[in-house]
Design a protein around this ligand. Structure first.
Ligand code: NAI
Length: 289
């Protein structure tokens, strides 16, 4: 099977790796040369680490890499049976990419979006044949996280939904079928998790270190809400909350937090900027619970 991936960032690179490891012929497209170069280097590092851990052999590394082509030409995706889009979270940009893509690929090609929060129905509406459009929502880091939400739009054919579920099973993923609603399952359930934690902190009920410690040690979460927001990025996390809040007609259950907004504005994005709720500098003194 030939698989196209659009966007060679965090998610696109991981999705391309999954498909290449499952022996698909993969074409990873990005309009930025730098993104493609970074993606290639990152994959090489990841595969070397897997060899060190005896999880794959040198031959497997070579097989995965030879299944993957990096391209700056969207037309190289012409023969793909499935194309997964993972570009910037912007409806108009996604729509225009899907529109162009449809002029290049066969009628049967499935066109999927990895969007976290946008409506699949409105992405599909950009297409002449919207029945082929579907959401395939992977989680970060995509090669490690088994869950993938499968989101048919109102326009999507059952055949396309079944085919996508079967492909994900072949890729050893665990598909979960969800309706095309804001945040789908995980991002919706997660909003109050972050939101309530932020409100508890804002109301002075507990420090964020204490909230994290409590959720990890007694709630058995792998990460506390503030650690998780720092991992995801306060900018990305805030934007998803804002989108879900607006999409639910300003339902107060999903109300975004000023604290998080200010952190994002200040550039306290979390791990990626070296500082979020916690300080990630080498000798940083972080608050104790
Ligand atoms: P990213 O910023 O790491 O990568 C996006 C890539 O798309 C960049 O390399 C950029 O050059 C490229 N790009 C942007 N516009 C393009 C265009 N018109 N044509 C071709 N390439 C283009 O973003 P990330 O984090 O990988 O997110 C991508 C999508 O996946 C978004 O829709 C996001 O909501 C979704 N997502 C993100 C998750 C995360 O944890 N980061 C988790 C699940 C979904």
């Amino acid at each position: 099977m030939k698989v196209g991936v659009i966007g060679a960032g965090t998610m696109g690179s991981g999705i391309a790796q999954i498909a290449a490891a499952a022996n698909c012929q993969v074409y990873l497209f990005d309009k930025q040369t730098k993104a493609l170069e970074n993606s290639k280097q990152k994959l090489d590092k990841i595969l070397n680490r897997l060899i060190e851990k005896n999880r794959i052999t040198a031959e497997e590394k070579q097989r995965i890499q030879s299944n993957l082509s990096y391209t700056e030409q969207l037309s190289d995706l012409t023969e793909c049976n499935l194309v997964i889009e993972a570009i910037v979270e912007n409806l108009d940009i996604k729509k225009s990419v899907f529109k162009e893509l449809e002029t290049l690929v066969a009628n049967e090609t499935i066109l999927a979006s990895n969007t976290s929060s946008l409506s699949i129905a409105s992405i599909a509406s950009a297409l002449q044949n919207p029945n082929r459009c579907i959401g395939m929502h992977f989680f970060n880091p995509a090669p490690l996280m088994k869950l993938v939400e499968v989101i048919p739009a109102v326009q999507t054919s059952d055949e396309v939904t079944q085919k996508v579920i079967s492909i994900l099973n072949d890729w050893k993923k665990s598909p979960a079928l969800a309706k095309d609603t804001p945040g789908f399952i995980v991002n919706r359930v997660a909003r109050p998790f972050y939101g309530e934690a932020l409100r508890i902190y804002e109301e002075g009920i507990a420090s964020f270190a204490t909230i994290d410690w409590t959720m990890k040690h007694f709630g058995k979460f792998r990460m506390g809400p503030f650690e998780l927001m720092d991992f995801i990025g306060n900018d990305v996390n805030y934007t998803v909350t804002e989108t879900v809040f607006e999409a639910f007609y300003y339902d107060p259950r999903y109300k975004p937090s000023f604290t998080q907004k200010r952190f994002a504005e200040a550039g306290y994005l979390g791990r990626k900027s070296g500082r979020g709720y916690y300080d990630y500098a080498e000798n940083a003194q972080n608050p104790k619970p």
